[in-house]
Each structure stands twice: as structure tokens, then as C-alpha cells.
Design a protein around this ligand. Structure first.
Ligand code: FES
Length: 68
């Protein structure tokens, strides 16, 4: 997942990925470039429900722990 990529590249980032990918937070919220957003798998209903709670939701918002 994108969360794993960030963690592997940078080590733990304080507050990022707080629930470790269990869809219980929105701390892994990212904005993808439109081209990347369109190439990724579609968000599940569970991800969309959690994204509704994210601050600053945008058309290309995703949860990094769900992007593969
Ligand atoms: Fe919590 Fe992604 S790490 S929802």
C-alpha cells in the first residue's frame, strides 16, 4: 500500500497511519494527482465512509493504507 511505501521510505512519521491500515482513522489521507487517482483501484465503500470524515476532502482524496 501507499502507507507501506511511505513508512518504508521515511520510517515512522508521527501521526501518519495511526491505525496501521485498519480503516479506523484518516491520518493516512492523501491527495493523488488526477492521473494517478484514475489508474488506482477504486475505493471501497468502507474507505469512502471513512474518507467522509477526513478534513479537506477533495476529488482525488484516498486513504494511503488502501491504495495498492
Ligand atoms: Fe488509519 Fe489508513 S492508517 S485509515
Amino acid at each position: 500500500t501507499l502507507l507501506n511505501v511511505v513508512m518504508n521510505a521515511n520510517g515512522p512519521v508521527e501521526g501518519y497511519g495511526a491505525c496501521e491500515g485498519t480503516l479506523a482513522c484518516t491520518t493516512c489521507h492523501v491527495y493523488l494527482p488526477t492521473e494517478a487517482y484514475e489508474r488506482m483501484c477504486q475505493p471501497t465503500e468502507d474507505e469512502l465512509d471513512m474518507l467522509d470524515l477526513a478534513v479537506g476532502l477533495a476529488e482525488t482524496s484516498r486513504l494511503g493504507c488502501q491504495v495498492v
